[in-house]
Design a binder for this molecule. Structure first.
Ligand code: AMO
Length: 433
C-alpha cells in the first residue's frame, strides 16, 4: 500500500520511497516548457528538485505557460528515481497550485550566472537571500553563534541584554549616533562595555551578550558597518589571559558545532572550515614593531598599524593570532595598564590575517585609577557617574572582550565585503531595506 505524505521538504525526499505521493511547497525557480513535457525546478529552504510535468498526467498543464519564475507554488506528485537529474530523484507532477504569483521580470536573478553588484543585491536583498549560497552565510553564522552560546552557557556565563539607548560614549566620542530622548540628548550604544562591567560589580560573575552595536564611523570600507553584531563577554575575578582563553575556546566551540552539526553546510561552502587546534599564538605590539622594522616598515610606538602592516604581520601566522600589550594611549579608558610598564596595557586584539576580529582587555577596577584614566582621555568623570558608582562599592578585578560576528563570518567564509555577512547592512549611505 502506498503511504500518503503531506508537505515534505526537498531534503526529506532522499528518504521517501519510489512511487510515494508527496506535496512540496516552495518557489518556482526555473521552468522549461516543451511541447509534450515540461521541467520545473522547485526550491525550498533545503534545496531544489526537478519536477517533471506532462499534459496527460498533470491537471491544468496548459496553465504552466503563464507561470513566472519565483512564483510560490504547491506541487503534488509522485517520487521517481528513474531520472537523468543530478540528484537522482525527481517528482512527477500531478497538480500545481499557485499560492502567490511573482511579478516578472525579476529585479535580480536568483540563478542567473551574471553576478550582480553588491548595491543591486542589497537593494533587492529579499531576492538575494533566496540564493542558496547567500542563505548559507546566515545558516553558518547561526550555527557558529549557537556553538559559542552553548560554550559560554556551559562555562557559567549568563546571557544578558543591556540598553542600546545610552547617555555616554564608551569607545570614543566621535563615532556616536545621537538620539533625541524626550528632553535629553542620548546616543545609540557603541558597545555594552559599561553595562557588562557594572554587571560584574552586581555580582553576576560571568556575563555574555549578543546584540547590536552602533558606530557612526564615516569611512565606507569592506570591513566596517555602522551597525554590527557584537558578541561580548565580561568575567569577574579574571584577567586578560583568562579572557583570551575564553575567546579561543569560544571560537573553537562555534566552529566545532558548525562542523559536527551541519556537515552539509560545511560541504556546500566554497571555503574549507577547520577547527583550530591548540592555543592561538600571541605576539606583543612591540614585537610587531620589530617585525615590521625588519620588513622596512618604520612604526612609532603609539601608532596604530595600517591594514598593509597587519598583512605583513598576519603573513607569519596560519590562522587566528593575538596581538597583546597595546600602548595604553591607543586603548579606551577602561583598559588596565600593565603593572610595571604602564605605557602598555593588559589588552589584546584577536586577528586573522589583517583583520581584527576581537578587542579585549583586563579592565581598571580601582575607581580612583578609572577617574584618572577618564581625565587622561579628556573625558569628564561626572558624565560617567552611573558607571563609576559601581566601582566605589566593591568591584572585582575583571576582564572581557567584544567580537564582531560579521568580521568572524567574513574570515571564516572568506567573503569580500562585510556587508555580505549581515542581513540588512547599515553603512554610510544605506538605511533601507
Ligand atoms: P572595539 O571597538 O575594538 O572594542 O570593537 C570590538 C569588535 O567589534 C567589531 N567592530 C566592528 N565590526 C564591524 N564594523 C565596525 N564598524 C566595527 N567596529 C568594531 C570588531 C572589533 O574587534 N568594548 C570593546 C570590546 C571590549 O574590550 O570588551 C570594543 O567595543 O570585530
Amino acid at each position: 500500500m502506498q503511504s500518503q505524505i503531506v508537505a515534505v521538504t526537498v531534503s526529506d525526499l532522499r528518504n521517501i520511497k519510489e512511487g510515494d505521493e508527496v506535496v512540496l511547497n516552495g518557489w518556482l525557480q526555473e521552468i522549461r516548457l516543451l511541447k509534450n513535457i515540461s521541467f520545473l525546478v522547485l526550491r525550498d529552504h533545503t534545496g531544489t528538485i526537478q519536477i517533471t510535468s506532462k499534459p496527460d498526467t498533470t491537471s491544468g498543464y496548459d496553465k504552466l505557460a503563464q507561470m513566472t519564475r519565483e512564483t510560490v507554488i504547491s506541487v503534488t506528485g509522485t517520487l521517481t528515481r528513474k531520472t537523468q537529474s543530478k540528484s537522482g530523484i525527481e517528482v512527477l507532477c500531478k497538480s500545481i497550485k499557485v499560492l502567490n504569483a511573482s511579478k516578472s521580470p525579476l529585479p535580480l536573478g536568483i540563478i542567473d550566472p551574471v553576478s550582480a553588484d553588491i548595491e543591486t543585491r542589497l537593494t533587492n536583498r529579499f531576492l538575494d537571500l533566496r540564493k542558496p549560497e547567500v542563505a548559507l552565510i546566515f545558516r553558518t553564522e547561526s550555527e557558529l553563534l549557537w556553538g559559542m552560546r552553548e560554550f559560554f552557557h556551559d562555562s557559567g556565563f549568563v546571557e544578558v541584554h543591556t540598553p542600546k539607548i545610552v547617555a555616554a560614549a564608551t569607545e570614543g566620542g566621535a563615532d556616536l549616533f545621537p538620539v533625541q530622548y524626550f528632553e535629553k540628548q542620548a546616543y545609540l550604544n557603541q558597545s555594552p562595555q559599561l553595562y557588562k562591567e557594572i554587571l560584574i560589580s552586581a555580582g553576576m560573575n560571568r556575563v555574555f551578550e549578543v546584540g547590536p552595536a552602533f558606530r557612526a564611523e564615516k569611512h565606507n570600507t569592506p570591513r566596517h558597518l555602522n551597525e554590527f553584531t557584537s558578541i561580548d563577554i565580561e568575567m569577574g575575578f579574571a584577567d586578560h589571559h583568562d579572557a583570551m582563553h575564553m575567546l579561543q575556546e569560544g571560537i573553537k566551540s562555534g566552529l566545532k558545532h558548525l562542523v559536527s552539526h551541519r556537515p552539509d553546510i560545511v560541504a556546500s561552502l566554497s571555503q574549507q572550515v577547520e577547527v583550530p587546534v591548540g592555543d592561538f599564538p600571541k605576539i606583543t605590539y612591540r614585537e610587531c614593531i620589530r617585525k615590521l622594522d625588519s620588513h622596512g616598515e618604520a612604526v612609532k610606538f603609539g601608532d596604530d598599524f595600517t591594514p598593509e602592516q597587519l598583512k605583513l604581520i598576519g603573513a607569519e601566522f596560519t590562522g587566528f593570532y593575538f596581538i597583546t600589550e597595546w600602548p595604553s594611549s591607543l586603548r579606551a579608558f577602561y583598559t588596565h595598564p600593565k603593572p610595571g610598564d604602564e605605557t602598555v596595557s593588559n589588552s589584546f586584539d584577536l586577528q586573522y590575517r589583517e583583520f581584527e576580529i576581537t578587542s579585549g582587555a583586563q579592565r581598571v577596577h580601582d575607581p580612583a585609577m578609572l577617574e584618572e584614566r577618564l581625565r587622561s582621555k579628556n573625558l569628564n568623570p561626572d558624565d560617567f557617574s552611573f558607571y563609576l558608582n559601581a566601582f566605589r562599592y566593591g568591584m572585582p578585578p575583571h576582564a572581557g572582550w567584544g567580537l564582531g560576528l560579521e568580521r568572524l563570518s567574513l574570515i571564516i567564509l572568506n567573503l569580500q565585503n562585510i556587508r555580505e555577512a549581515i542581513l540588512f547592512p547599515r553603512d554610510r549611505t544605506r538605511i533601507t531595506p
